[in-house]
Write a protein that binds this ligand. Structure first.
Ligand code: SF4
Ligand code: SF4
Length: 111
């Protein structure tokens, strides 16, 4: 089961987790980052470095944050604002660079 990033990352988004990921599958939006579920190998290396404990396995997300399991997936399969195709599974965040936009859920999220 892939790891996911919950809403606790929103407006923190400090990228600490990205340096830990051996397959470079954490992609940077504007307010939040997102784990690509097609590329995550479930190693768990990202989880302990997050300063706000936003990263968990998908079955362990905290109460109230369940929507972010599907939302991380949607970041890669929906066509995001300003793009003409889904991100899909490009083989690493460094391949595509900072995405710089968010899903609707994250864009409109009120803490
Ligand atoms: S669990 Fe491992 S592969 Fe998945 S996002 Fe975290 S560091 Fe990357
Ligand atoms: S370490 Fe945590 S807060 Fe920082 S970008 Fe990753 S998930 Fe977001």
């Amino acid at each position: 089961m892939p790891y996911v990033i919950s809403g606790a990352c929103i407006d923190v988004n400090d990228k600490s987790c990205m340096d830990e990921c051996p397959v470079d599958c954490i992609y940077e939006g504007e307010r939040k980052s997102y784990v690509n579920p097609k590329e995550c190998i479930d190693c768990g290396a990202c989880e302990p470095v997050c300063p706000v404990e936003a990263i968990t396995q998908d079955r362990d997300v905290e109460a109230g944050m369940e929507a972010f399991v599907e939302d991380d997936r949607r970041f890669f399969v929906d066509v995001l604002p300003g793009r003409d195709a889904p991100i899909g599974a490009p083989g690493g965040a460094r391949v595509v660079g900072t995405i710089g936009v968010d899903t609707d859920l994250v864009r409109d999220w009120q803490a």
